[in-house]
Design a protein around this ligand. Sequence first.
Ligand code: PRX
Length: 636
Amino acid sequence: MSNYHIKNLEEYFQVYRKSVRNPEVFWEEIAEEHFVWRKRWDKVLQWDFTKPEVKWFENAQLNITENCLDRHLSIRGDKTAILFEPNNPEEEAQHITYFQLHERVSKMANVLKEHGIKKGDRICIYLPMIPELAVAVLACARIGAIHSVVFAGFSSIALSTRINDCDCKMVITSDGSYRGAKTIDLKGIVDVALEDCPGIETTLVVKRTGVKVEMKEGRDKWLQPLLDEAHADCPVEVMDAEDPLFILYTSGSTGKPKGMVHTCAGYMVYTAYTFKNIFQYRENDVYWCTADVGWITGHSYILYGPLANGATTVMFEGVPSYPDFGRFWEIVEKHKVNQFYTAPTAIRALAKENLSFVEKYDLSSLKVLGSVGEPINEEAWHWYNNNVGKKKSPIVDTWWQTETGGILISPIPYVTPTTPTYATLPFIGIQPTLMDENEKEIAGNQVEGRLCIKFPWPSMARTIWGNHDRYRDTYFSAYKNKYFTGDGAMRDEVGYYRITGRVDDVIIVSGHNLGTAPIEDAINEHPAIAESAIVGFPHDIKGNALYGFVILKETGQKRDRDNLRKEINQQITEQIGPIAKLDKIQFVVGLPKTRSGKIMRRILRKIACNDTENLGDISTLLNPEVVESIIKEALK
Ligand code: PRX
C-alpha cells in the first residue's frame, strides 16, 4: 500500500516531493497497486500543453465499473455501496449493497444495449438524486457509452442545448422529482426540450412521483418493466485509457456551455486516490457528500471516487431545509456519517437558523468535514467548525473545478494543519503556480496572482467536446505551457494557498458557476430590452448574487418596471434555470464602455457593491457621464 494512504505531514512532504520529481514513477505505482487493468499501459504520461495534448496510461485497457463494482464483490459484496436517503424523511432509506448495485447496473446496461446503445454513443441523464441516477451513470460506463448528466434544475432550453451539443441518442429521466415540499414535472421539461432534439431516439423514464405524464409513442418507455426483463449479467466493455468516460457541461465567460470531456484511466486513478486521502476514508466509514450528481463534485466524490474505494456513499434526494433546517444533522445522526462534504452556501444558509437545529442531534460520528465550490468565508468556517465539527473534526477546504476532475488544493485531514479560508497545500502530484500581469511566475511566499497549474495531473479534462480550439484558447493560451484556472489566489508565508475568486466573467452563485454572457443573452432576447450587463455582488447566503444593469428600448420605456423585472427573471428561468435569476435589476440609460466598446464591468461591480467612492480611472471611458447617472439611480 505504498504511498496510498498518507498519515502524517512528514510523509505528505516526502510523497509530494516524489510525485513532483518523478511523476511517472509515482503514478505508475499508484495505478499498478490499486486498480484492476485488462491491459497494462505502454507509457505513463505523454503531454504537450501547447497543443494541448495529455495522455495518461496510454494503451492501457480497463473498465471503471469493474474497479467500482466487480472487484469488491468477493470481499465486500454485502457492504452498503449506496445509502439512499429520500426527500421525505418518512420514506425508508435504502441500503444498496455492492452485490445489488452490480446487478442493477448490469441490468440497466443490458437495457441500454437492447436499445442500440454502443460504445462511444452519448446519453443524456436528467434525473433527480435517486439511486437510478447512479445506476444509469455506471451502466453507461459499463458499456462504454459516454454519459452527459445534466443537473435536473436546468430548464428545457438549457437541456436541449446540452443534448444537441454532443448529439445524444437517448435521454434517461423520471416522471417527476421531489425537492423539499415541491414536486417538479421533470418529464414535462424533457418533452419541451425534445421538441428541438431530433437526434433523440429513446427516452427511458423512471417512475418516481407517480404523476401523470405524456409518453410519446415509439420514443418514451417506462424503465422498470424493461429492467424486470433484463439479464442480470453484463460483461464490461474493455475501454482504452484515453477513451471518453463522460462529458459534463460547465459555464464559460462567453459562448455556450463547454462540454468538458473526461477520460477513463487517469480520472479513475486520481479521484480514487484523492478520495482516500482527503476524506481519510476507512473501511467501515459512512461518507456523505451533499452535492448533486449533476455537478462534478457528485461525479467524482459521490460516485466514482468513493465506489472505487469500496466505500459506503450516501445519496440524498432532498434539500437542507426540508422538513426543517435540521435535516442534514438528522441524517448525520441517523446514518452515523463519518465524513460530511458540503458547500459554503449551504453552511451559510444553515448558520442563519436557530442553533437548536444542530444541537438537537448527535454528531459525534463525524471525523472529517469538507467544503467545496467557492471560497468559504471566515464566519461560515467557524460556525461549521464549532457547531458541526465541535472543534474536533478538521475542515478540508477543497479547491478544484469541473475541468480538473478531482481536488487539486486541499488539506489532508489530521495531516495538514488547517487555517480558516485557506485551501492550504497542493495535493500530491499537483504543481500550482501564481502568475503576474506580465505572464511571469511569481516566486516566493506572501504573494498574490493568477492561479495556474504547470504540470498535468491524471484527471484533467482532455478537451471540450467538439471544440478543441476553444479548450486551448480558454485554458492554455493565457500563460505559455500552463493550465490557467480562471481563479486568483494568494500564497502565504508558509506556502498555503487561499483562493480569492474568479478573475474572469464567471460568477459563483450558491456554488454554481454562472457565466455572464449566457444570462445577458437571455435578457437581451426580451423584446423591450436593448442591452444588459451582469455582475456579482456579495450576498450573505449565496456568496454572490447577480445584479443586472439593463438598457430599455424605446418601446420598453413605457412599460411597468416591476413587471419587466418579473419578465426578465422569467426569461432567464426559461433559458437557463432558476439558479441564474437576478436579485437586483436596475434600468439604466447606458453602460460604461471602453473606447473599443467593451463593457467596463469593474465599474459596474463597484456600483453593485455600493462602493462608489473609489472607482479608479474612468477617463478612458467612451461615455464617462453614464457612470454618474447609474450611481444616482442605484442610490434611489
Ligand atoms: O472559483 C473556483 C470555485 O469554483 C470554481 C469551479 O467551479 P465548478 O467547475 O462548478 O466546480 C465546483 C466544484 C469543484 C473554481 O474555479 N471553487 C471551487 N472550490 C473552491 C472554489 N473557490 C474557493 N475555494 C474552494 N474550495
